[in-house]
Design a binder for this molecule. Structure first.
Ligand code: HSE
Length: 319
C-alpha cells in the first residue's frame, strides 16, 4: 500500500502569540501550499526521493533530510519493532526558511503518514510531541506553533498542560490572510537568536494583554477588538530590521486598508489580514509588485483551514 498525505502551510505567532499560537492556511485559489509525502513499506532500509518546486534546496544526502530522520526515528520507536524498510517520496512545495512552517509541514507529513501506514500505533498527543521534537532539531528549540495547526488544522493555542496540550480557538471564518514570501530564506535559529533573553515588565504585561485580548475577542466573535489586539511585542521589533523591505511594506499595507500585518513565523514571509476580499487582493498585488525580491517569491490570498494533515490517496501497490 502507498499512502499519500498532505500537510498545510502555517502562520506561527500570529503577532500576538509568540511560540503559542498558529493557524493552518489554504490559498483561496487552490494553489498547493503544503508538502505532500507518499510512504510505503519495503523489505529493508529507507529510501527517499524528493521532487517539487523547492526540492533543490534540500540536502543532497537523504540521511540529512528531516523526513528521512523522522522515518528512522518512527521505526525505532514502534512499540513492536518490525523488520521492514520504507520508501518515501517527498514533494517539497514549501520554500525552506520562509516562515510558512516548511520544516513543520515535512515533519508533520512524515509522522502522520507513517502513523497511518502502521495503523496508528501512536496517539495524536504522542505524535505532536514527536513532531515538536523534530521541528526543534531544525529550528534550534522545541515549539509547537507550526506543527500543531499543521497537524490538527484550524487556529491552535498551545497550553501544554496535562489535561489540554493544545486548544482549538474559534477564528473569523470570513477573514483573509494574505501571505507574501519574498523569495529569500531566513534561518529560524538565527531569527530566534536576535530576540532578547529578557523582556521588561511593561512588555510582559502588554504581551499578556494582547494575547489574552485576542483570544477573548475570538471567543466573543468581536472582530474589531481582535483586530485591535494584533501587536507583536516579542519578535517584530527585533526581527523586522533584518527582513529587507518589511517596514516599508507594513506602512504600505496599512494604506491598502488591511486590519493588521505582521511577520509569519520567523519570516521573511509577511502576512496581512482583512475581512474584505477586494482589500486582500489589493494587498496581495502590492506585495507581489513590491515585496518579492527573488525568483520563486509569491503572494497568495489565504484563509484559515480546519484541514490539517490529511490522507490524499491510498494506492494498493500489490495490485
Ligand atoms: N514561534 C517560532 C518563532 C516560529 O517565531 O521563532 C518559527 O518556527
Amino acid at each position: 500500500m502507498t499512502l499519500t498525505v498532505y500537510a498545510p502551510a502555517t502562520i506561527a505567532n500570529l503577532s500576538v502569540g509568540f511560540d503559542l499560537l498558529g493557524a493552518a492556511i489554504a490559498s483561496i485559489d487552490g494553489s498547493c501550499l503544503g508538502d505532500r509525502l507518499s510512504v510505503s513499506r519495503s523489505a529493508t532500509g529507507i529510501s527517499l526521493v524528493c521532487s517539487g518546486p523547492w526540492s533543490h534546496k534540500l540536502p543532497d544526502d537523504p540521511t540529512q533530510n528531516i523526513v528521512y530522520q523522522c522515518a528512522q526515528n518512527f521505526l525505532e520507536r514502534l512499540p513492536e519493532p518490525r523488520q521492514c524498510g520504507l520508501d518515501l517520496k517527498l514533494e517539497k512545495n514549501l520554500p525552506v526558511g520562509s516562515g510558512l512552517g516548511s520544516s513543520a509541514s515535512s515533519v508533520v507529513a512524515a509522522f502522520y503518514a507513517l502513523n497511518e501506514l502502521f495503523e496508528r500505533p501512536f496517539s495524536d498527543e504522542r505524535l505532536l510531541l514527536l513532531m515538536g521534537e523534530f521541528e526543534g532539531r531544525v529550528s534550534g528549540s522545541v515549539h509547537y506553533d507550526n506543527v500543531a495547526p499543521c497537524f490538527l488544522g484550524g487556529m491552535r493555542l498551545l497550553l501544554q498542560s496535562p489535561s489540554s496540550f493544545c486548544a482549538s480557538i474559534p477564528y473569523f471564518k470570513d477573514w483573509y490572510w494574505v501571505v507574501a514570501y519574498p523569495g529569500t530564506s531566513l534561518s529560524t535559529a538565527k531569527m530566534r537568536a536576535l530576540l532578547p533573553q529578557e523582556y521588561s515588565r511593561s512588555d510582559m504585561i502588554s504581551y499578556g494583554r494582547f494575547l489574552s485580548g485576542f483570544i477573548h475577542a475570538s471567543y466573543r466573535n468581536d472582530r474589531a477588538l481582535a483586530a485591535a489586539m494584533f501587536k507583536d511585542i516579542v519578535a517584530e521589533p527585533y526581527r523586522s530590521p533584518h527582513i529587507p523591505g518589511y517596514e516599508a511594506a507594513k506602512l504600505a499595507l496599512a494604506e491598502t486598508g488591511v486590519m493588521a500585518s505582521g511577520i509569519s513565523g520567523s519570516g521573511p514571509t509577511m502576512f496581512a489580514v482583512t475581512d474584505d476580499l477586494v482589500v486582500a487582493q489589493k494587498a496581495a498585488l502590492w506585495l507581489k509588485n513590491n515585496y518579492i525580491s527573488e525568483p520563486g517569491g509569491f503572494a497568495h490570498v489565504c484563509q484559515i483551514t480546519d484541514t490539517g494533515a490529511c490522507v490524499k490517496q491510498i494506492q494498493d501497490t500489490a495490485l
